[in-house]
Design a protein around this ligand. Structure first.
Ligand code: PEP
Ligand code: MG
Length: 537
């Protein structure tokens, strides 16, 4: 048995597929035998072609021909003698090792494409990069047949990026295990959104299992059992059935209004990362959306989403929520969330760096596109805007200033929006909690982001499994800041919510209820159990 950190509740019993996402080191080493190297190269190209063919067929079946077309263009590139010939040429004439030859030719192509100002060409550059990565992966032997998963797969990886997690095929993947990460790393949060049991921070799980091993994922205790015997398997199958029955039982609370024992009505809302996640919140009886992490709209693509694309997503959510509150957070990129097309300087401390509102105030061109889209969507429902990582009143006022500029522009263009929409801030930096009495005079609401507030207060990285013992939501320092924030909001007649994972934590709920928190927002899968705990307190 291996112990890690419970990241997403539930049990999964399935077979391991190891996902290699190791950065392959490419060296300058020259090769002795050119023929052997050429053979390695042609085998890797053949394997890449076979994998792409399979992925293409699967995509055609499941996603339609237009989505599958991208894989056809990847195959065409492998068939293009100019591309493969250039790689082979480097091996033959310069004795370059195959990995290096592929990477140099890819670089050359990328350089050519990057110089052309054209969306289509930029996409081709991404194709060349993808294909190059695949060939190099095959050369290094790190590619397992992705796109070809069996049912009941448990993905095992060193780490999963938020976008890796978002792309997991839920019909096949029933759980995941990672070496690194903590309960509030974004892959863990994503697992809860997808309702996939997960254990993270296992240190060396990639070394402890091999492809095909049977594993039990215990997402409640944070444990993994590798190749269990019959009796263990029986025990866990029963636990799994019981857990699923209890989850069914909780469904009775879907339409129940949540009131504390003292009779205070509180809202239990859902956190979402993509517009479609709204379905999960509705299915679990959420009173609204307490946090829409919009940065996920910016991921897995080659360029910033346009105002129109963003407008469509925000409008979809507010319309689906039919007048219920929808708190949409402006772009919070940085930390563990990166964008491939927005290269930012390497930082010593990305969580303390140029991110979120800091970046948006520095890049008004990007910020205004989002604010305009949000304002336009506000005409279609109960939309509220929330700014992340606010550390001072000046920052909030600066953000509001940009929002006013956007309002003026839209007015001049004759476009509709709700001029009265509420604007609030995340309280996730201790400075904001300490200054909450001042800030409360200016904002319409607070939402406490405990995922970050805890890490900044206790100086314990939320992603680092070695300091997870310090990352304690119930630390008195954290609780004092939470209490101060709620009281400051109430004193000014404002409401205070919480959208960090602590809001759904059964151990924290009695205290939060007692402090008078007005809104609890969490992953959709936690909403019903949170309702139960709030009603008992
Ligand atoms: C938080 O910090 O608590 C929060 C909700 O935001 P994120 O997890 O996206 O940083
Ligand atoms: Mg945060």
């Amino acid at each position: 048995m291996k112990k890690g950190i419970a990241a997403s509740k539930g049990y999964a019993i399935g077979n391991v597929v190891i996902k290699a996402n190791i950065e392959i080191e490419i060296t300058d080493k020259k090769v002795d035998d050119i023929d052997v190297e050429k053979k390695r190269l042609s085998t890797a190209i053949e394997n890449s072609r076979a994998q792409l063919q399979k992925i293409k067929e699967k995509a055609e079946k499941e996603l339609g021909a237009d989505k599958a077309a991208v894989f056809e263009s990847h195959i065409m590139l492998l068939d293009d003698p100019e591309f493969t010939g250039a790689v082979e040429g480097k091996v033959a004439s310069e004795s370059t090792n195959a990995e290096k030859a592929v990477s140099e030719v890819v670089e050359m192509y990328m350089g050519i494409f990057a110089a052309i100002e054209d969306e289509y060409m930029r996409e081709r550059a991404a194709d060349v990069k993808d294909v190059g990565k695949r060939i190099i992966g095959n050369l290094a032997g790190t590619i397992t047949g992705d796109g070809d998963l069996n049912e009941n797969t448990v993905i095992v990886a060193h780490d999963l990026t938020p976008s890796d997690t978002a792309q997991l095929d839920r019909s096949k993947v029933i759980g995941f295990l990672t070496n690194i990460g903590g309960r509030t790393s974004h892959s863990a949060i994503m697992a809860r959104t997808l309702e996939i049991p997960a254990v993270v921070g296992l240190n060396d799980i990639t070394e402890s299992v091999k492809d095909g091993d049977l594993v039990i994922v215990d997402g409640i205790e944070g444990e993994v059992i590798i190749n269990p015997d019959e009796s263990t398997l029986k025990i866990y199958t029963e636990k799994k059935d019981k857990f699923e029955k209890e989850r069914e039982e909780l469904k009775k609370l879907i339409d129940v209004e949540t009131k504390t024992k003292a009779g205070k009505r509180v809202e239990v809302c859902g956190n979402i990362g993509k517009a479609q996640d709204v379905e999960g919140v509705l299915a679990n009886g959420g009173d609204g959306i307490g946090l829409f992490r919009t940065e996920f709209l910016y991921m897995d693509r080659d360029s910033i989403p346009t105002e129109e694309e963003q407008f469509e997503s925000y409008k979809y959510v507010v319309e689906k929520m039919e007048g219920r509150p929808v708190v949409i957070r402006t772009l919070d990129i940085g930390g563990d969330k990166k964008l491939p097309y927005l290269p930012l300087p390497e930082e010593m401390n990305p969580f303390l760096g140029y991110r979120a509102i800091r970046l948006c105030l520095g890049r008004k061109d990007i910020f205004k596109v989002q604010l305009r889209a949000l304002l336009r969507a506000s005409a279609f429902g109960n939309l509220k805007i929330m700014f992340p990582m606010i550390s001072s009143l000046e920052e909030f006022l600066a953000a509001k200033e940009v929002l006013s500029e956007c309002m003026e522009e839209l007015k001049a263009e004759g476009k509709e929006f709700n001029a009265e929409l509420e604007t609030g801030i995340m309280v996730e930096i201790p400075a904001a909690a300490v200054m909450a009495d001042e800030l409360a005079k200016y904002v319409d609401f607070f939402s406490i982001g405990t995922n970050d507030l805890i890490q900044y207060t206790l100086a314990a990285d939320r992603m680092n499994e070695n300091v997870s013992y310090l990352y304690n939501p119930m630390h008195p320092a954290v609780l004092r800041l939470i209490k101060m924030t709620i009281e400051a909001a109430h004193k000014e007649g404002k409401w205070c919510g919480m959208c960090g994972e602590m809001a759904g934590d059964e151990k924290a709920i009695p205290t939060l209820t007692q402090y008078g928190l007005d809104e609890f927002s969490m992953s959709a899968s936690s909403i019903l159990s949170a309702k139960k705990y709030i009603m008992n307190n």
